[in-house]
Design a protein around this ligand. Structure first.
Ligand SMILES: Nc1ncnc2c1ncn2[C@@H]1O[C@H](COP(=O)(O)OP(=O)(O)OP(=O)(O)O)[C@@H](O)[C@H]1O
Ligand SMILES: [Mg+2]
Length: 245
């Protein structure tokens, strides 16, 4: 049961959208997937048609002292998701503190999920940044995908902010018409260890999929980006199946 954490080199790169899309594509390939939202923004659920006002999720369950499994929801036969839960600011601070004080909670939860044998893949939708809690959560993953836009901001960040050990870099939002993006991508191909051998293009289908509250491959399976995420899912099957601890 490989655990893949997806995180943006900065915010807004498309991490949550790609997490939902990858979960869908893995499920399309016959795999079983649990996608977990670790971001207090609580947006992953919106890719899975959840009513905006429904605030269930693992952090809400934790605050209410009930099992995290009760926050999980089924999207389709082989695809479940666990929202963060709708928390106000004071509740978010309280969960953050609890997480820092009990780093073992997630390890125990993942051990239970593994023992249940329900899922072949776990995807973690991470917020950008490197707070102590985020560092603890990244350490749960067998593989970390760091998402980048091909722009100078991300390029600068590659060299001035710490990156998780042995992470893979995934380019999202690539526009072939941009000379700068072509150049940056070429440079990364030549110099960036861990760059994945595929890109996800900027594609209106991804933007529309969220507006329609569906994962990309369900909303627009024939789109270029959906095809690329399917390639990513196949790459995971070929390269990560043996990576689980
Ligand atoms: N390849 C793409 N082409 C077009 N639009 C995209 C693409 N990837 C993401 N988007 C759009 O960009 C916006 C931000 O995406 P998303 O919420 O997935 O980013 P994020 O990295 O998770 O952000 P945050 O840092 O807030 O968690 C969304 O409206 C999404 O539809
Ligand atoms: Mg996000």
């Amino acid at each position: 049961m490989p655990v893949i954490a997806l995180q943006g080199v900065r915010g807004g790169i498309g991490t949550t959208s790609i997490t939902a899309a990858l979960a869908w594509s893995l499920q399309q390939l016959g795999e079983s997937v649990l996608a977990i939202d670790l971001s207090p923004d609580n947006l992953l659920r919106l890719h899975f048609n959840t009513p905006v006002g429904l605030n269930r999720g693992w952090a809400r369950a934790e605050l209410e002292g009930v099992a995290w499994q009760q926050g999980a929801m089924r999207y389709c036969e082989n695809l479940d998701f666990l929202p963060f839960g709708g928390l106000n600011l004071a509740e978010q601070r309280s969960i953050d503190q609890q997480q820092r004080q009990a780093p073992q909670r997630w390890r125990d939860f993942l051990a239970q999920v593994r023992a249940s044998g329900h899922y072949r893949w776990i995807l973690l939708d991470m917020p950008a940044g490197n707070t102590p809690v985020i560092e603890q959560q990244l350490a749960l993953a067998d593989t970390v995908f760091q998402l980048m836009s091909p722009d100078a901001n991300c390029h600068a960040r590659l060299y001035q902010q710490p990156m998780p050990a042995a992470c893979r870099f995934l380019v999202n939002g690539y526009s072939a018409a941009s000379l700068l993006q072509q150049d940056l991508h070429q440079l990364w191909l030549q110099t960036l260890e861990g760059l994945l051998p595929l890109v996800i293009h900027r594609d209106e289908a991804l933007a529309e999929a969220l507006a329609m509250k569906q994962p990309l491959g369900e909303y627009r399976p024939e789109s270029l980006a959906a095809d690329e995420v399917l390639t990513l899912a196949n790459w995971c099957l070929l390269n990560l199946q043996g990576s689980a601890r």
